[in-house]
Design a protein around this ligand. Sequence first.
Ligand code: HEC
Length: 95
Amino acid sequence: MKMKLSGLMIFAALLLGGCGKQTAAQRDALENAKPGYQVVKSYCSQCHSLPFGDQHPAAAWPYVVSRMEGHMQSAHKLVPNPSEREAIIAYFQSN
Ligand code: HEC
């Protein structure tokens, strides 16, 4: 089920290629109620579009998020606090 859903979203992204807004809206509709998604949206869309959880194995997400925190600090963007950081990692690991 999890795999099917993300496969579907990637398909939708490819299908709509170039129409980022609509893709983001569709993703929103699917993800809004999931734990962590609101936190992910507020921090991880400050610079680029939201990545998908299946872009990395679960074990790699803490490293990716730490690297992003470095980017956030150098770019003077909002940086998640420790509990928000946990929520972000948990979201990507389970979606
Ligand atoms: C301050 C701007 C900024 C913010 C905010 C930001 N990123 Fe990034 N992101 C970057 C830059 C710059 C790159 C390309 C360089 C790199 O990969 O480190 C990137 C690349 C990525 C990539 C592709 C590279 C890879 O390792 O797969 C992923 C995935 C990613 N970001 C996830 C996130 C997540 C998750 C968040 C929220 C926690 C986030 N980003 C927030 C700047 C940002």
